[in-house]
Write a protein that binds this ligand. Structure first.
Ligand code: UD1
Length: 419
């Protein structure tokens, strides 16, 4: 197991450019399966392990792929139907999106059933009931999911604006027959990116970014050059690190309006934020960090669950008590116990963590339990006195490209020890 050794206590200062959004590139790569002919070139792609696994799945389907200098090329002309084995589905939740993509392209899809994960239970009932409404025959044995049939028009109401279910519907419906209308759709910027990509291939989707998305099926999709949007959660990571370490970081390559909930929280905690066209600068601006009171995660444009642990790391030493309520996943506060090993004062009750600001954190041996909480531990370790060891960093590498190099560029003292 590789680990990070971090010597904390120095302010992180400077400029960092974020990579393309993990949560955009993964569904967009699934959508590549829907293209019948022509080369797709995706720019601004992060070299992270989840992208690597997704390319492996595309290769299983017979797509030709290559990845160099942040550019992924995919040719799906000779793709053929195949089932996706458990080891790949188990590595990456977003593999469930190949259900919609394979149903759209081959009118059949088959894969091992994704289980729960480190964030709690991760059902796909909304995905499957939407497929059934679109006329697909769906079988779910608990071990394996199979869908077959040509997706047709339907009116689908999602009882919860699930990101994955919204994307899966878009993937299946864009090559189907008829019009699918999704009400209470997820509104995340990555959904809009998926719509823009499918439309650039010749698809016909409108409404993404609002709660109602209308997808008209088309017969063919063609190759295209497309640029992935910047990763708002990677950006939030560096902004939180700037505040936690009393430094000043400018993050570029991201759309500031995608981060309004995060930057508002930083300002409400006494931090200083300067937003420009495609960059954001954050610092304490000479102020003490104060608790913002209550933070509650919710679907976009609410406060993102993926930034919850990052912001918790930022507030561990804030004056006062912050009540952090996790409103999206049922088991996403476990990182609190790792922060406590570093001297944090946190009590957890159900889905709520009460973070009582402490004067100083100290280095400790801690364990990254999932992607974002791993990054949050890195932030805490950067602000702590002394040396920390972060174990199990393969989780972090699922979503951050060149993390330690970027942090060293900001003055961080971080070394990766390979197993
Ligand atoms: C996506 C993101 C993930 C982010 C999450 C919420 C990707 C690859 N991942 O995950 O980083 O944290 O959105 O912003 O884009 N649910 C159901 N039934 C379903 C589907 C979901 O009950 O069929 C519930 C889930 O258990 C969870 C909530 O809905 O409690 C949110 O899940 P969802 O929006 O679907 O997240 P993902 O697409 O899995």
């Amino acid at each position: 197991m590789s680990e990070y050794i971090i010597s904390g206590g120095r302010p992180l200062v400077g400029h960092v450019r974020v990579d393309g959004a993990k949560n955009s590139v993964l569904p967009i790569l699934c959508a590549c399966l829907l293209c019948d002919g022509g080369i797709i070139t995706l720019s601004n792609c992060p070299r992270i392990t989840d992208v690597q696994y997704t390319l492996e799945i595309l290769n299983l389907f017979g797509c030709e792929t290559s990845f160099a200098d942040g550019q992924i090329r995919v040719n799906s002309e000779n793709a053929r139907f195949c089932g996706i084995p458990c080891d790949l589905v188990g590595k990456m939740r977003s593999a469930a999106l190949f259900l919609g993509a394979a149903a759209g392209r081959f009118h059949q899809a088959e894969q091992c059933r994704p289980g729960g994960c480190e964030l709690g239970s991760r059902p796909i009932d909304l995905h499957l009931s939407a497929f059934a409404k679109m006329g697909l025959s769906v079988s779910d044995t608990g071990m394996e999911v199979k869908c077959s049939g040509c997706p047709h028009g339907a009116d689908i109401f999602l009882r919860y604006p699930s990101v994955g279910a919204t994307e899966n519907i878009m993937l299946a419906a864009c090559r189907g027959s008829g019009t699918v209308t999704v009400t209470n759709a997820a509104r995340e910027p990555e959904i809009e990116d998926l719509q823009n990509f499918i439309n650039a291939m010749g698809g016909n989707i409108r409404g993404a970014g609002s709660g109602i998305i209308i997808i008209e099926g088309v017969e063919k999709l063609h190759g295209v050059d497309y640029n992935i949007i910047g990763d708002r959660i990677e950006a939030a990571t560096y902004l939180a690190a700037a505040i936690a370490t009393d430094g000043e970081i400018t993050v570029s390559g991201v759309c500031p309006s995608h981060l309004t909930a995060v930057t508002d929280l930083i300002v409400n905690s006494g931090g200083s934020v300067c937003r420009k066209h495609d960059s954001i600068t954050a610092s304490r601006g000479g102020q003490f960090i104060l608790s913002p009171g209550k933070v509650e995660t919710s679907p976009y444009p609410g406060f993102p669950t993926d930034a919850q642990s990052l912001i918790m790391a930022m507030l561990l030493c804030a004056a006062g008590t912050t009540e952090i309520h996790e409103g999206v996943f049922d088991d996403r506060l476990r990182v609190s116990y790792e922060f406590i090993k570093m001297g944090a004062d946190i009590t957890v009750s159900g889905r709520t963590a009460y973070v009582h600001g402490t004067e100083r954190l100290y280095g400790a041996r801690v364990f990254a339990g999932d992607l974002r909480s791993g990054a949050a531990l890195v932030i805490a370790a950067m602000s702590a006195r002394g040396e920390s060891v972060i174990k199990n960093i393969s989780h972090i590498e699922r979503g951050y490209n060149n993390f330690e190099t970027k942090l060293r560029g900001l003055g961080g003292n971080i070394v990766k020890l390979k197993d």
